[in-house]
Design a binder for this molecule. Structure first.
Ligand code: SF4
Length: 664
């Protein structure tokens, strides 16, 4: 505990870290609030999401059997790993039997086994990279934030923004030293450098490894969301793809997935939907796809008082909301053996001791139990309750009280105070009296009253404001009916703003689609003849050769106008043209075949052709179309905010997206 405290002090006294953390959390919180405004029924969605997760965890064995059977019948090779060692053994075995792969796109071959990896917290949990590197296998993280922390030989400091603890000057110095580029703090230049290096990795990798955001029991499909496009690259270009999934990440069906996808990106990054929402149901032609489902302590947690922590969808919102995490960053969450916990923040302080035991029990002390984490959680996990359970030593490893962890290293005066508080809080009259006394004291001790000051070493009234108690207590304000009133108010908010999709007309849908995509730097054109309009566009940009998906444009017309095209892989082409199956009005997304990355992911400019009849109001309306297919919802150009939360367009995928909507 002493070392844990020392690490905490170090973090608080590090001004560079504090600025980086402030930048990250402030922007995340603002983005989240804005994104939730577009779903006024979010409270109801949240409760539905909680029920779905509770059902999935309650009937996990049944859903796992259904999911595995469906995935296998789709041609995906399913492996089950009971712990980290078994998962590593499975992945090593696959890797060793897949190497020396020659890319069909470049015809190049990597000299040593090369793995392109997209972000996966489960791989952090099992320390996969270390195990692979020990075997001489080169593994490269391809998410920009993960790539940065890999170059620094660090663990991610946040489950969503791995490099949230760094400022751009540190990334500039890192790239200068490790990648040999001239020192620059220009974020687009730093991002373009990573794009160039990692493009080569994608094209020559023997194997792609990704995480999984959700598995769908009903279809046996997996859903992966990324903003940069690296998830699509690693799952699609290498001859072998391995998806690594925690066994709890299941939802029963595609409707439930649609609901989760309305909450996850809003909570994680403040987006209505992630740029690439990928649904994988089968292996591509000439590809082998493996799925490794990991237990590693989850079954134990499921049968313990910490079961609710398995509802987590890893959005990271509780980290951003937590006043303690916002001062510390993930690297301060260390175990007794000084190792950094793979999962930090409020959820990490429950899951890390849950998965790894006593070593991380002390993390539960890094919480003020203010409830901000519960408030932020899109599946309404009662994190304060779980944190107090960990503090009380209810370990899923032994499932009994741990004598050594009661109070988990608190000093005697804190324990004394807590005991006194427990006595007070269990006697209502005394508690009400103490609130009045505290209110009076908070006024007398406030800097404005100048009546009395706390000693300087406490910091209160000097470097931080002493919070004032409310003039009236909760009971005084609301009486006994307070909770009931709040419940009525909550229901009326939902009832006041119903979302009725049947009121949309086709023209509304096109307008909404265009306005949403334009807001994300996409371009929308309405046309009676997409071939004519696209030729006009290409000529205006001086483009004379494109990748073209079959049966999308009038190819004779293209030949007549001297626009060359190919249906074959050619990574040098700057423009790809594809056909969209559907458009989503409320997010400006297009739905396409995921195998079409030659047109929609590799080129710098992606042109999509969409029939206006195929624009539907929102994601749930298009879910039927993805059943059993490899499909991707694309929403705007590829983007990242991994360096100082600065939005940068075109990190791995296209820098521009142009959608030509055919009028019907
Ligand atoms: S506990 Fe809730 S808020 Fe925290 S990461 Fe999980 S889902 Fe998100």
């Amino acid at each position: 505990m002493t070392t844990f405290r020392a690490r905490i002090r170090e973090s608080i006294n590090n001004p560079t870290l504090q600025t980086a953390l402030d930048n990250n959390t402030e922007r995340r919180l603002k983005g989240k609030a804005a994104a939730f405004e577009s779903i006024p029924d979010w409270r109801e969605r949240r409760q539905r999401a909680r029920h779905i997760r509770a059902d999935a965890i309650g009937r996990l064995d049944e859903y796992l059997d259904q999911f595995s059977a469906n995935a296998q019948s789709n041609g995906i090779i399913v492996h089950k790993a009971k712990d980290a060692a078994e998962a590593i053994e499975i992945i090593l075995h696959i890797t060793k039997s897949t190497t020396n792969y020659q890319s069909p796109i470049t015809n190049r071959q990597s000299p040593i086994p090369l793995i392109a990896k997209s972000k996966s917290m489960v791989s952090e949990e099992i320390e996969l990279n270390r195990a692979l590197e020990k075997e001489g296998i080169r593994v490269v993280e391809t998410d920009l934030g993960e790539y940065i922390v890999q170059l620094r030989k660090e663990r991610p400091s946040h489950i969503i923004t791995p490099a949230a603890h760094l400022k751009k000057e540190q990334v500039a110095q890192l790239f200068h030293e490790k990648l040999g580029i001239p020192y620059t703090e220009d974020i687009p230049t730093l991002t373009a450098t990573a794009r160039k290096i990692l493009r080569e990795v994608f094209l020559t990798a023997d194997i792609g490894i990704s995480g999984v955001n959700f598995g769908v029991a009903e279809t046996g499909g997996v859903c992966i969301v990324t903003n940069e496009g690296n998830g699509r690259m690693v799952a699609t270009i290498p001859k072998t793809h391995i998806a690594l999934m925690g066994m709890e990440r299941l939802v029963p069906n595609l409707d439930d997935l649609a609901l989760m996808l309305s909450l996850l990106p809003r909570s994680a990054t403040g987006q209505k939907i992630t740029v690439y929402t990928q649904l994988i149901h089968k292996a591509l032609a000439n590809q082998t796809r493996h799925l490794v489902i990991l237990d590693n302590g989850r079954s134990r947690i499921r049968n313990s008082p910490l079961k609710e922590s398995l509802y987590c969808i890893r959005c990271g919102a509780c980290l951003n909301a937590c006043p303690v995490f916002r001062e510390l960053s993930g690297h301060a969450y260390i175990g007794r053996d000084l190792s950094i916990a793979p999962y930090p923040g409020p959820i990490g302080s429950v899951v890390s001791p849950g998965l790894f035991g006593e070593n991380y029990v002390q993390l539960a002390q890094a919480s003020s139990l203010c409830g901000a984490c519960k408030e932020a959680c899109p599946v309404d996990i009662d994190l304060p309750k779980l944190l107090t359970r960990v503090r009380a030593g209810q370990s899923p490893i032994t499932n009994r009280q741990l004598p050594t962890s009661e109070g988990a290293g608190l000093n005697w005066y804190t324990k004394f105070f807590l005991r006194m508080y427990a006595r007070l809080a269990t006697q209502p009259r005394l508690f009400a009296l103490s609130q009045k006394f505290a209110s009076l004291m908070s006024y007398l001790l406030s800097p404005r009253s100048e009546w009395m000051r706390l000693p300087a070493f406490t910091g209160w009234g000097y470097s931080k404001d002493l919070p004032r108690f409310a003039k009236k207590t909760f009971r005084e304000k609301y009486g006994k009916s307070g909770i009931v009133n709040r419940e009525i108010r909550r229901q009326s908010v939902i009832a006041e703003q119903p979302v009725n999709i049947s009121t949309f007309t086709p023209s509304d849908l096109i307008d909404q689609f265009a306005s949403e995509l334009t807001a994300l730097s996409g371009h929308v054109y309405q046309t009676d003849n997409p071939t004519d309009s696209i030729i006009e566009y290409l000529i205006s940009k001086n483009v004379h050769k494109i990748y073209l998906q079959k049966n999308v444009l009038d190819e004779d017309l293209l030949r007549q106008t001297n626009i060359h095209f190919t249906h074959e892989p050619d990574p040098t082409l700057a423009v790809g043209v594809t056909k969209s199956w559907a458009g989503l009005a409320d997010t400006g997304s297009v739905l396409e075949a995921d195998d079409e990355l030659l047109g929609s992911l590799l080129p710098e400019i992606h042109i999509a052709v969409l029939d206006s009849n195929n624009i539907v109001p929102s994601l749930p309306d298009a879910m039927e179309l993805v059943k059993g297919k490899n499909a991707v919802f694309i929403t705007g150009p590829s983007r990242t905010a991994d360096i100082e939360m600065t939005l940068t367009i075109g990190v791995h995928g296209p820098k521009e997206i142009h959608v030509f909507v055919r009028q019907n």
